[in-house]
Design a protein around this ligand. Structure first.
Ligand SMILES: NC(=O)c1ccc[n+]([C@@H]2O[C@H](COP(=O)([O-])OP(=O)(O)OC[C@H]3O[C@@H](n4cnc5c(N)ncnc54)[C@H](OP(=O)(O)O)[C@@H]3O)[C@@H](O)[C@H]2O)c1
Length: 238
């Protein structure tokens, strides 16, 4: 079955920016598949948005798990026959809790774990879902990155997180280049510093402000930007 309604997947979406992006996409009329590795939290989040009258359903997804990614792809193939939007939002930020903000103290395992979610997770999920975009020659992929990964403005501290977001930006470029000529637009976004569990209580932006550029990129018109890095709807340096 193929539905005419646009279908969007958001990863890591039971809280924070993923949750708010799900809400805003559903408000624009998208059918949103809110995914989370924790089933109870994901279901509760989807139910909350349903009570707001939004077309949101839950499906489990752990981005570090091949089988979980394949099960999501099978579900979408069977239920909707296509996918229009993928927001690769799930990420971890574990440098501080792993005990080393200095790159000289960082444990290689902290980098490995961070890459597993923030980079290989995006690769795994995108590989599983890309056919559902290619078959209709339409797709919008938004990789939620961070200014912390900008080579042009590289600071120090949180090395695992920084390296993972730089690598994620490289993936954005490679995806976009391989999809050249297709109506599948892939971009990276920095949401700014946002009040979420990751951003902490001192962050100046609300989740609603933080998802503005994510939703803008997810709903780009044909001929919209491809292979770019954006903050506040403006291109920024890599
Ligand atoms: N907040 C900021 O200031 C800020 C700034 C720049 C960029 N960002 C980026 O924005 C995105 C969203 O961040 P946020 O602030 O909303 O953070 P958050 O509140 O910590 O949310 C992160 C989400 O990712 C999920 N997640 C982690 N590992 C996962 C896995 N293996 N499979 C599926 N889901 C997983 C988490 O679920 P669990 O509870 O199950 O771990 C959680 O739902 C991230 O990519 C982050 O790097 C945020």
């Amino acid at each position: 079955m193929t539905t005419t309604q646009k279908v969007a997947v958001v990863t890591g979406a039971y809280r924070g920016l993923g949750f708010e992006a799900s809400r805003q996409l559903a408000k624009k009329g998208y059918k949103v598949i809110l995914t989370s590795r924790d089933e109870a939290k994901g279901k509760a989040a989807a139910e909350k948005l349903q009570t707001e009258g939004l077309d949101v359903i839950f499906h489990p997804l752990d981005v570090t798990d091949d089988e979980s990614s394949q099960k999501l792809a099978k579900f979408i193939r069977e239920q909707f026959g296509k996918l229009d939007v993928l927001v690769n939002n799930a990420a971890i930020y574990i440098d501080a809790q792993a005990g080393g903000n200095s790159v000289f103290d960082a444990k290689v395992d902290t980098l490995r774990q961070t890459m597993e979610t923030n980079v290989y997770g995006v690769l795994r999920v995108t590989q599983a879902l890309i056919e559902l975009m290619k078959k209709q020659n339409y797709g919008r992929i938004v990789n939620v990155s961070s200014g912390a990964g900008q080579l042009s403005d590289m600071g120090s501290g949180t090395p695992a997180y920084r390296v993972s977001k730089t690598a994620l930006n490289a993936l954005t470029r490679i995806f976009a280049n391989e999809l050249e000529g297709k109506n599948i637009l892939v971009n990276s976004v920095c949401p700014g510093w946002v009040k979420t569990e990751m951003g902490g209580p001192n962050a100046p932006r609300t989740p609603e402000q933080g998802v503005d550029t994510i939703v803008w990129l997810a709903t780009l018109p044909d001929e919209g930007a491809r292979g770019g890095f954006f903050r506040d709807r403006q291109p920024i340096d890599w």
